[in-house]
Write a protein that binds this ligand. Sequence first.
Ligand code: COA
Length: 171
Amino acid sequence: MHIRAKTDSDAAACLDLLMRVHAADGYPLHTAPDRVAAYLAEGDEVAAWVAEHDGRVVGHVALHCPPADPTFEVVERATGLPAAKLALVARLFTAPELRRSGVGRTLLRHTAAQAPMLGRRAVLDVGQTLHSAVALYEAEGWSRVGELRLPLAPDSTLDLWVYMSPAPPSS
Ligand SMILES: CC(C)(COP(=O)(O)OP(=O)(O)OC[C@H]1O[C@@H](n2cnc3c(N)ncnc32)[C@H](O)[C@@H]1OP(=O)(O)O)[C@@H](O)C(=O)NCCC(=O)NCCS
């Protein structure tokens, strides 16, 4: 398995994979199947990578740098770091048949290591019901810095944990 930058020609394979993840895990949360493609495409993506195994895309992750974001606000309240110093790890998913073989960890470490090169610290939000993802972030030493409740129609919320990456090694 190796990690490489995502290219335009990976679009169909990434969407196929995310459709399978959606069926298996319900991620992205509260998203109808016909909205999954839009979810993958939206956001202020500055870079994205795929994991490839035997010539197949088996994982995906992106780094987003929006000018402002509710997740950044949670991090800023907790740590004082402003949006301009933060980057969101987003759209992390791996092939259901290859789980627990290190693909997610490799993608997460790769992405978190890119953020300091942009002068930023990697942060993320995760649905509180996505137990595998929460276990991965905790196992990788990410710190839970707060909680976010995004309103959903009409009487419910999307409840998220907000995590910050471990401090990068000082040079
Ligand atoms: C979360 C996800 C990306 C993890 O991918 P993965 O390739 O299975 O992760 P890894 O094999 O690298 O796991 C690394 C470590 O994370 C932890 N972990 C991952 N899944 C776990 C699970 N189901 N239960 C307990 N710990 C788990 C373990 O510590 C694991 O190490 P170990 O297998 O040596 O014990 C994958 O489950 C996924 O795509 N889930 C659906 C999409 C999703 O929730 N994305 C996150 C959005 S914020």
